[in-house]
Design a protein around this ligand. Sequence first.
Ligand code: ZN
Length: 263
Amino acid sequence: MFDAHCHLSVDRMVPSAEDALAKARAAGVRGFLLAGIDPDDWNRQWELATSQPDVYPCFGVHPQRVGEIDFDHTRAMVEQLANRLTGPVHLRPRAVGELGLDRAMCDSDSLPRQTWAFREQLALARAADLPIVLHILRAQDAALSILEADGIPKAGGLVHSFSGSADLVKRYVKAGLMLSFAGPVTYTNARRAVDACRAVPLDYLLVETDSPDQTPEPHRPGPNQPAYLPAIIEAVAQARGQAPSAIAEATENNARRLLRLGL
Ligand SMILES: [Zn+2]
């Protein structure tokens, strides 16, 4: 199993990142792709990944972070990202993100700023040829238009916690992106997530916890952790009418292929 999206370097992580990793490994999770928020977060990620060889850093300026800061701060953070991506190879992250658009949690005033940061980071990822980790909330059409017009890196990427319809799956796959499913697919009213998850070709399917958020059933309420990944795999397997072991294997292979980790 491979957790394609988790935040282990945040203060809200309970138990500690190290304890959470130990529990997840005991449950059979063998790889963890982190997700970036801002430069402070990248530094914490780096610290964690240095001592944990199955944890992979991912640097980006999160759309919700862009929603909280002004344009000058946004530009300064994107410049820092450019420096990290063109610096020494051994200090570069494994992927670029989170980048994208968020119209659910952010003021509409921030949309021009979000769009600017999205396109800049997309260009940086293409130049560095690193896979992208997309955060897209209630902005699927706008985000797809940008991805189709500007182009994605040759290395591909993933849409984290995919919340779009089954129809949109085809457009993302055609653009060369994998779709990752999180806790909501385990909720009893999850029709849309279940339909979308059925529409994804097996080679483009990923699973994630998004720890410490989006806790899956039956572990709600309470913070999420990567050891809960089997609950998400169960729900995806049930939605698709496949064995959990087949989903676990395919999604791990997909994550390793995306991150060029070897099998
Ligand atoms: Zn995230």
